[in-house]
Design a protein around this ligand. Structure first.
Ligand SMILES: C[S@@+](CC[C@H](N)C(=O)[O-])C[C@H]1O[C@@H](n2cnc3c(N)ncnc32)[C@H](O)[C@@H]1O
Length: 218
């Protein structure tokens, strides 16, 4: 069991479910980039980890130079690793990695509204469905109208939690573009479009509470 979120990332080396999830997330990020109009593409990543999903996609994507991104992550070791990757890709002028709290509105000012919002490894770390709905409502501050939202949700004890997320997204006015289960069948990855208007002021200063812990991550 990983003792913290830095160690949790080591599971990418051994767990097929995480490896397959990453592959689908990168595919969905690439799809969003492919379908973004010409010009600057703004991206934010909520609880970004070491940013391997976005950065791994940009390493081989023709629109990489158009991307202006802010990744927000609390664990400083992960941020350092992400910054080193950004440097190796030559993207330091356009990608910021913030070592800060991704649950608060102030850490997104200047980077939103975004064209692509990455919320991977977050929905399974919320207390309940009310908290999920609260976070979905607060995405209206992060997202342009039509923005792509890319998300993941693991299943546990045979419960298909990703179906709950799909229903909540539909009820909150997001349109599904694609949804895939990993080959392990216990992890859902989705890409939706935000249909509502962008809110220039956040509804709440804190969007959600991240209550998960690394040694019990779902
Ligand atoms: C399950 S991991 C997912 C990481 C990454 N998004 C991925 O999919 O590989 C959850 C991440 O959220 C981070 N985290 C937890 N609470 C946070 C907070 N309040 N603000 C920013 N990051 C947070 C953890 O440090 C961890 O890296």
């Amino acid at each position: 069991m990983p003792k913290d979120w830095f160690e949790w990332h080591d599971l990418y080396q051994t767990e097929p479910r995480l490896q397959q999830r990453l592959e689908i997330v990168r595919e969905f990020i690439a799809h969003s980039l492919n379908f973004s109009p010409s010009g600057v593409i703004r991206v934010v990543s909520v609880c970004a980890g070491d940013g391997r999903d976005l950065l791994g996609t940009l390493a081989n994507h023709p629109r990489a130079q158009d991307v202006h991104a802010r990744l927000v992550e609390l664990n400083s070791q992960l941020v350092e690793r992400g910054k080193a990757t950004i440097e190796s890709l030559g993207l330091t002028k356009q990608i910021e990695f913030i070592n800060g709290d991704a649950t608060v509105a102030s850490n997104y000012i200047g980077a939103v509204p975004a064209d692509i919002v990455i919320v991977c490894g977050v929905f399974g770390n919320l207390a309940d469905e009310n908290e999920l709905n609260r976070l979905l409502g607060n995405l209206s501050f992060l997202s342009k109208q039509g923005a792509f939202i890319i998300w993941t949700r693991g299943h546990s004890n045979g419960i298909p939690h990703s179906e709950t997320v799909r229903t909540s997204l539909q009820q909150a006015g997001f349109a599904e573009v694609n949804f895939k289960l990993t080959a392990t069948r216990d992890m859902g990855v989705g890409i939706h479009r935000y249909l509502g208007e962008n809110l220039t002021e956040p509804k709440e200063q804190q969007f959600f509470v991240f209550s998960g812990v690394a040694n019990r991550a779902r």
